[in-house]
Design a binder for this molecule. Structure first.
Ligand code: ADP
Ligand code: MG
Length: 406
C-alpha cells in the first residue's frame, strides 16, 4: 500500500485490457463496455455473517472483467477465458438449463436484472478474471457483480449499492444454489480503495474503515487443499448455532456477552456452548479489529487475528491441519520478522489464510512461508500480497456506450 493508493480513484486492472483484446479476437470488433468487480478477503469475523454479526472484509486487487457489445444475433453469447464451454441463450429467454455450470454466475444476475426492468438485449460478451477460483476469495461474487455492473451500464441506470449486492446474492442462491451470506457481494460492490468494509450483517449497513498505511500489507496464502466435508459441516454449524441461540433465550447473538453465555450455559450441550462462545467472541473481536485498524495499531489487529484463528480451530472446529500449519509458520516468523497476525479466512476445511505483514518484508515472508509449508505438507501453496482495492466499476462505456450502439 502506498499513500497514493488510498485514493478512491480506481486504476484500470490489466485484466480489463485482456478482456478487451479477447473480445476483439473473438468477435472482430471493439467492446462498448468493460465492467469490473473484485474478489475479496475477510480479515476477521468468520462464521458470524449468518449469526447477526459483523464482518471486516476488503476487496483484493484481483478482478473479473466482462467486456460486451450489442449484437444482432438475438442471443446472449458469452465466452470466458477461464472456461472451455461458452454460453449461448436467446436474449429474451435467459435460462441456465443446457448451459455450462458457470452460466449461473452470469445468467443469474442478468435474469434478475431483467425481472427488474434492466433488459440487456442481444449481446456478445467475454469474461476474463484473475481472481483465483475456489480459493475462498469469492471469484463467484466477482463474476456476479461485474455482470450486474455491465447490466447497469447497458441500461443507463444504477442500483443502490446494497440492492445490487442483494441481487447478486439472490443469483447465487437461486441459480448457483449456494446459500451464501451478503459479505462477498457487498464487498465486491461497495468496497473503496484503501479501506476495509465493516459490515453489520444484522442491519445490512456498513462503514468504510481506512486501511491505507503504506507500511503494512495483506498476504493471502492458499493452502491448496479443500477437504470434502466442508459443505456438510457448514450446514451443521448453522444448525448448532441456531439451537445454541434458542437455548440462550436471546433473540440474537448480538444481544449476548460471554458472561451472559456463561450464566445460561447449563442449557447448552458442550458443542453448542463452544459454537456460541466463538460467535459471541468473534463479534467482539471484529469490532475491536475495526478500532485497531482505525488506530493503525497493527500489533493489536494481529493479536485479534490469532485469537480468531484459535477460536475457529478450538471452539468452532472448522480449521484443518494445513490451515493450522500455515498460521503456525507465520506466527513463528513473528513481529521481529514482520508478521503481525494470521488466521484462516473463509468457511474453513482448506482454502486460504490471511496474514497482516510489514510491507517491506513481504517478499522474504512469502518465500519463507512457501518453502516451509511445502516442506511440512508436501503441498505447493499459492501466495500473493494485496492491498484494499476498489469495488465494482466501469472501465469502458456507460451511457455513451449505450448511445453509440443504438
Ligand atoms: P469462490 O470461492 O472462488 O467463489 P465458488 O465455488 O463459489 O468459489 O465459485 C467458483 C465458480 O464461479 C466457478 O466454478 C465458476 O462457475 C464461476 N467462475 C469463477 N470465475 C470464473 C470465470 N473467470 N469465468 C467464468 N466463471 C467463473
Ligand atoms: Mg463463491
Amino acid at each position: 500500500m502506498t499513500p497514493s493508493q488510498s485514493s478512491s480513484e480506481p486504476e484500470i486492472p490489466s485484466v480489463a485490457n485482456a478482456a478487451g483484446l479477447l473480445f476483439a479476437e473473438q468477435y472482430g470488433k471493439e467492446p462498448s463496455w468493460i465492467a469490473l468487480a473484485p474478489g475479496r478477503v475477510n480479515l476477521i469475523g468468520e462464521h458470524i455473517d449468518y449469526n447477526d454479526g459483523f464482518v471486516l472484509p476488503m476487496a483484493i486487487d484481483r478482478y473479473t472483467a466482462i467486456a460486451a457489445s450489442r449484437s444482432d444475433s438475438g442471443h446472449l453469447r458469452i465466452v470466458s477465458r477461464e472456461m472451455s464451454e461458452p454460453i449461448d441463450v436467446p436474449a429474451t429467454a435467459i435460462r441456465c438449463k443446457g448451459q455450462p455450470d458457470w452460466s449461473a454466475y452470469v445468467l443469474g444476475p442478468l435474469a434478475l436484472c431483467a425481472q427488474r426492468g434492466l433488459e440487456v438485449g442481444s449481446l456478445d460478451a467475454v469474461v476474463a478474471s484473475d481472481v483465483p477460483t475456489g480459493s475462498g476469495l469469492s471469484s463467484s461474487a466477482s463474476v456476479e457483480v461485474a455482470t450486474a455492473t455491465l447490466a447497469e451500464a447497458i441500461c443507463g441506470t444504477q442500483f443502490e449499492l446494497m440492492e445490487k449486492a442483494k441481487l447478486c446474492q439472490m443469483a447465487e442462491h437461486r441459480y448457483a444454489k449456494v446459500p451464501c451470506g451478503i459479505m462477498d457481494q457487498a464487498t465486491s460492490t461497495a468496497a473503496i480503495r484503501g479501506h476495509a468494509l465493516l459490515l453489520d450483517c444484522r442491519s445490512g449497513s456498513y462503514q468504510q474503515v481506512p486501511f491505507s498505511d503504506p507500511d503494512v500489507a495483506i498476504l493471502i496464502a492458499n493452502t491448496n487443499v479443500r477437504h470434502a466435508l466442508a459443505d456438510g459441516q457448514y450446514a451443521q454449524r448453522r444448525s448448532e448455532c441456531s439451537s445454541a441461540l434458542l437455548k440462550s433465550g436471546a433473540d440474537s447473538f448480538r444481544d449476548l456477552t460471554t458472561a451472559d453465555l456463561e450464566k445460561g450455559s447449563g442449557q447448552m450441550d458442550p458443542v453448542e456452548w463452544r459454537r456460541a462462545r466463538h460467535v459471541v467472541g468473534e463479534i467482539a473481536r471484529t469490532l475491536a479489529a475495526a478500532e485497531a485498524m482505525r488506530a493503525c495499531d497493527w500489533n493489536a489487529l494481529g493479536t485479534l487475528m490469532y485469537e480468531s484463528h484459535h477460536s475457529l480451530r478450538n471452539d468452532f472446529e472448522v480449521s484443518c491441519d494445513e490451515l493450522d500449519a500455515m498460521v503456525a509458520l507465520a506466527e513463528k516468523i513473528g513481529p521481529a520478522g514482520g508478521v503481525y497476525g494470521s488466521r484462516m479466512t473463509g468457511g474453513g476445511f482448506g482454502g486460504s489464510t490471511v496474514t497482516l505483514i510489514a510491507a517491506n518484508r513481504a517478499d522474504a515472508i512469502r518465500e519463507r512461508l512457501e518453502s516451509e509449508y511445502r516442506q511440512k505438507t508436501d503441498i505447493e501453496p499459492t501466495l500473493f500480497t494485496t492491498r484494499p482495492a476498489a469495488g465494482s466499476f466501469l472501465a469502458r462505456g456507460g451511457a455513451e456506450g449505450n448511445k453509440s450502439e443504438t
